[in-house]
Design a protein around this ligand. Structure first.
Ligand code: NAI
Ligand code: 15L
Length: 271
């Protein structure tokens, strides 16, 4: 049966807030988890305020859930110790809690930064496949590579399924020329999470998460195989962004590598 009750971790964050608006229309009942307070809680939502370090709270939070959409964690570069605690140990605690409580599926918010040092394909070159070697561009990207391997372990050893979504940039609109290639509209994000929650026999599947962008850098076939049919394309934003920022200069690593400025000058988590 298709999952209905979903624990959404990281619900107070940017993507979590977007998905709180969009996922219920697919029929999901959401329980929200974050270490920060969640604003504007609806009658239809349950809320758990907890840190990913708190295994007892995680066990309670996953109890009775059909699936987990795991967005919680540090979403930018940070000192290794912080990444270790929230993203590496935090993912481990979440998977242990899910295993102990018999949750069958996780959708894991991985990131393009797990493969950030991969050169972006030039026009006419093949798109980047999901099995391209990992080339994390930050401790942050390294934690996403760990999360994907953790997911593989829990599938092989415990039969806990995961779809790892290497998200590009999921924001309401693309705001840089790089984002023309990696943008995932929030509506397509919800479509992809729904496909990841409902496709059968996913084992551990890695997909890229983006819209059907004209300037796409990576191969969406494993996402489409889940039933994902992206409806959006960043191209309508291209003329304005290119006029303001210029065409991508592929000799500049910040523009010629998938991870963009994370490869040279990563934005740092503020807390
Ligand atoms: P965000 O930083 O806005 O939200 C992350 C949330 O996780 C925050 O509300 C934070 O309080 C919570 N969190 C952090 N550490 C925690 C802990 N130890 N325990 C409990 N909660 C904790 O990030 P955003 O943009 O919403 O991203 C969500 C997820 O998707 C992150 O895992 C991020 O790495 C991933 N992602 C997002 C992309 C995007 O374009 N928004 C692109 C690629 C990956
Ligand atoms: C990410 O992984 C970050 O969480 C998000 O804030 C964006 O920076 C995105 O990647 C990106 O590559 O644009």
């Amino acid at each position: 049966p298709a999952p209905r009750s979903v624990l959404l971790t990281g619900a107070a964050g940017g993507l979590g807030t977007l998905m709180r608006d969009l996922l219920p229309s697919y029929g999901y009942a959401l329980r929200l988890l974050d270490v920060m307070p969640v604003e504007g809680v609806r009658d239809t939502e349950e809320v758990v305020t907890a840190d990913l370090a708190d295994r007892a709270a995680l066990r309670e939070a996953v109890r009775g859930m059909d699936a987990v959409v795991h967005l919680a964690g540090i979403s930018l570069e940070a000192p290794f110790e912080k990444i270790l605690r929230s993203n590496i140990e935090g993912a481990y605690h979440l998977y242990e809690a899910a295993r102990e409580e018999g949750v069958r599926r996780v959708v894991f918010a991985s990131s393009n930064h797990a493969v950030g040092y991969t050169p972006a394909p030039a026009e006419g070159e093949p798109l980047i496949p999901v099995d391209t070697p990992r080339r994390p561009d930050t401790f942050y990207g390294l934690s996403k590579a760990f999360g994907e391997d953790l997911a593989q372990l829990y599938w092989d050893k415990h039969g806990l399924e995961t779809v790892s979504v290497r998200i590009g940039s999921c924001f309401p609109e693309p705001t840089t020329v790089r984002m023309l290639s990696v943008w995932m509209s929030p509506a397509d994000g919800a479509r992809l999470f729904h496909a990841a929650l409902t496709a059968e026999d996913v084992g551990h599947t890695v997909v890229y998460g983006s819209s059907a962008n004209t300037r796409l850098w990576w191969d969406l076939s494993s996402a489409r195989a889940l039933g994902y049919e992206p409806q959006d394309d960043s191209e309508p934003y291209a003329a304005k962004l290119i006029a303001e920022q210029g065409e991508l200069d592929r000799s500049n690593p910040e523009q010629g590598l998938l991870g963009g400025h994370f490869t040279t000058n990563p934005p740092i988590w503020p807390h």
